[in-house]
Design a protein around this ligand. Structure first.
Ligand code: TRP
Length: 347
């Protein structure tokens, strides 16, 4: 192909349904900041995908594009190193997904385990929006349009990667050439942060999240509310570390491993109170969020600058996607006007 870059191409993204939280920070944002030096990184603000299960709530989706972009920039994603772009503004992605759509069956889409879960969670039952059922195909277009080899995602997205690679193989064998490239999921090595209530997943819609722009007060309150060990009634009682949200957070934010191990041992033995642990965690979270919140607030006063960054990123993304799309269309014979005899208007 035309471009050979030494750095691997990485693509990932987020639906723009709300500002991001600490769970995103620990699970993905931190590693994106590191990855941007080693890879050619594309970050997609998945507004079009967010619309697939938010029909009628398009305003929520569009308003949060800026919010998620602010989160990216505030944690240290550098637009000079990473390409941040808005999915809906790259029409090549929709066009590519239209051709990929012919290579998948409705029953295969219905078998995608993540889609099945999401259908249940959203209560769609038999009233499944067609765009929603087909979003794994659009996600395959997002990935393949950029020739991405690596896709950092949570484990719930593994079925999407599998479907992407199925589509790549089917497309390439259909046209008899290797036009699209297969990709690989990169799973975050830090375990998922639980919600402050102890539910498996931190999520804004469950109301158990700590936002990246949280105030000092909000952080302190969230830490105080954190679920610990309900049987650890007196300081002297032995406590349980497993399933204890404060320890799950300390695992992600206490870098002194020896100190953390000692705290766990002490807690298990008895004699270590929740208040002491929560005070320590509060200090770590305050320290982690303080610079993010400050940068977020600074950027939020300059929306013009954020939009400029998104426009530049989106133009760069369009160029890359357009190159793949023309290769795809050429392979399908959809390049009617490429031929010089037609272009020169020979009669
Ligand atoms: N599905 C992802 C999510 O739920 C967002 C997303 C859209 C994505 N397109 C992508 C992730 C392509 C990785 C690659 O957040």
């Amino acid at each position: 192909m035309t471009t050979t870059s030494a750095k691997p191409i990485v693509l990932t993204g987020d639906r723009t349904t709300g500002p991001l939280h600490l769970g995103h920070y620990v699970g993905s944002l931190r590693s994106r900041v590191q990855l941007q030096d080693q890879a050619q990184q594309f970050l997609l603000l998945a507004d079009a995908q967010a619309m697939t299960d938010n029909a009628g709530k398009h305003q929520k989706v569009t308003e949060n594009v800026i919010e998620v972009a602010l989160d990216y920039l505030a944690v240290g994603i550098d637009p000079a190193k990473s390409t941040i772009f808005i999915q809906s503004q790259v029409p090549e992605l929709a066009e590519l997904s239209q051709y990929l759509m012919n290579l998948v069956t409705v029953s295969r889409l219905e078998r995608n385990p993540t889609i099945k879960d999401e259908i249940r969670q959203r209560g769609f039952e038999r009233d499944i929006p067609a765009g929603f059922l087909a979003y794994p195909v659009s996600q395959a277009a997002d990935i393949t349009a950029f020739r991405a080899r690596l896709v950092p995602v949570g484990d719930d997205q593994l079925p999407m990667i599998e479907q992407t690679n199925e589509l790549v193989r089917r497309f390439n064998s259909t046209v008899g050439q290797d036009v699209l490239v297969e990709c690989e999921a990169v799973l975050s090595c830090v375990t998922r942060l639980p919600g402050i209530d102890g539910k498996a997943k931190m999520s804004k819609s469950l109301g158990n999240a700590i936002a990246l722009g949280a105030s000092e007060d909000e952080i302190r309150k969230a830490v105080n509310l954190m679920y610990t060990d309900p049987n650890h009634l007196r300081v002297d009682d032995p406590g349980q570390v497993e399933g204890n949200v404060v320890f799950a957070f300390l695992d992600a934010f206490e870098t002194d491993v020896a100190k953390l191990d000692a705290l766990k041992a002490h807690y298990r033995r008895g004699g270590l109170g929740d208040t002491v642990l929560k005070r320590l965690l509060n200090e770590h979270l305050q320290e982690a969020i303080r610079p993010i919140r400050a940068e977020r607030e600074r950027l939020a006063t300059d929306r013009g600058e954020v939009l400029r960054i998104l426009r530049v990123g989106t133009e760069r993304a369009r160029d890359a996607a357009a190159r793949t799309l023309s290769a795809v269309k050429r392979a399908l014979g959809l390049n009617y006007f490429d031929h010089t005899e037609l272009a020169s208007g020979a009669r």
